[in-house]
Write a protein that binds this ligand. Structure first.
Ligand code: G4F
Length: 321
């Protein structure tokens, strides 16, 4: 039985990855941060609580990470833990860098000292590309990285550290460069789930308006379930390498909002208002990923389309609220 260790196990991706690996017969271990409301801490993994080994841990706590990795001796380490909200990274830049950049240094050191035979996956992000787009309108593994947020800068630092540890210490450390990925489990302060939840509240007469930030940026939105399959392929590749995971299609926030409200028989123009608190000091205007390398290497293809993913989220909130 293979053993996996997941940081960020209680997040959207961590919970889907834990389920995916349990179904493959893995023994799954993961860390959660201490939270003053314990009920909020593990809600996404409650269903599997009896099958998952959960420990308190934090990427900023180097000695705790090393102690756990020495004890567990995992075959695969997935580093999905992060301060993952881009706008909030402008409010808490120091914390974001401590967790997303120096936290990766901590877990790479723990990995090198405790279980160097294991394989390592780093959750890298399309936010690293920032304002760079290739001439054909895509971002890919070779696109220049010019991040435009403390979050993006922290992820570039971590991405480069993974290269350095791979080369310097001959570790099997890989980067998945994931474009935006969503699901009903997405935090409702990220734009897709915020829009779906807000529109359903309006549809049910429980809210009158929805406050948003910039509606003119474009994102390449895929489904988290499709992307955790890619993570498992990437970590298990013979060679530790870097792969873009994306759908290759892009939509503006405005188009996405229009799709959701229209599905519910509403005109978003009547309900959506801009509130400057949701604007970012610097915006990343356009993302569209080219994942040819991933497709060619693993024959990976997403099962969800933009529409089936958004429909699943609408169904979820219609049933939940
Ligand atoms: O949903 P978002 O907050 O995602 P963002 O900033 O693209 O980051 C996500 O994807 C990255 C991959 O590229 C991940 F690395 C990262 O961890 C995270 O998962 O915002 C998407 C777009 C932005 O342009 C934002 O300005 O939606 C725009 N937006 C407009 N109104 C809003 C809102 N975003 C949020 N969160 N809330 C709004 O009210």
């Amino acid at each position: 039985m293979k053993k996996a260790f997941i940081t960020g196990i209680s997040g959207q991706d961590g919970s889907y990855l834990a389920e995916y690996l349990l179904n493959l017969g893995y023994e799954v271990h993961g860390i959660v941060r201490r939270n003053s409301v314990p009920e909020h801490q593990q809600s996404r993994i409650d269903f599997h609580r009896e099958n998952i080994h959960v420990y308190y841990g934090d990427l900023t706590d180097a000695s705790g990470l090393e102690r756990l990795l020495k004890k567990i001796q995992p075959d695969e380490i997935y580093n999905l833990g992060a301060q993952s909200h881009v706008r909030i990274s402008f409010d808490v830049p120091n914390y974001t860098v401590q967790t997303n950049a120096l936290g990766v240094l901590n877990i790479l050191e723990a990995y090198r000292n405790a279980c160097p035979e294991a394989k390592f996956y780093q959750a890298s992000s399309s936010e690293m590309f920032g304002s760079s787009v290739d001439e054909d309108g895509f971002q890919r593994e070779t696109t220049r990285m010019t991040p435009v947020s403390p979050y993006g800068c922290s992820k570039v630092f971590a991405y480069n550290l993974v290269h350095n540890y791979r080369n310097a210490y001959k570790l099997h450390a890989a980067n998945g460069i994931l474009f935006n990925h969503e699901s009903p489990r997405r935090g409702s302060n990220f734009v897709t789930n915020k829009v779906v939840k807000g529109a359903v509240l309006i549809k049910k007469g429980l809210a009158k308006k929805l406050e948003m930030g910039n509606m003119d940026s474009f994102r390449d939105w895929g489904h988290s379930k499709d992307y955790v399959r890619a993570m498992h392929m990437i970590i298990n590749h013979d060679i530790a390498d870097d792969f873009v995971v994306a759908t290759g299609t892009t939509h503006s926030v405005r188009e996405m909002t229009d799709y959701v409200f229209s599905k519910l028989g509403l005109d978003f123009n009547e309900f959506v208002v801009q509130n400057p608190i949701y604007l970012r000091p610097e915006e990343l205007p356009y993302l569209r990923g080219d994942c040819s390398k991933l497709k060619k290497t693993f024959n990976w293809a997403p099962e969800y389309t933009f529409e089936t993913m958004m429909d699943e989220m609408i169904d979820f909130w219609m049933k939940t609220l």
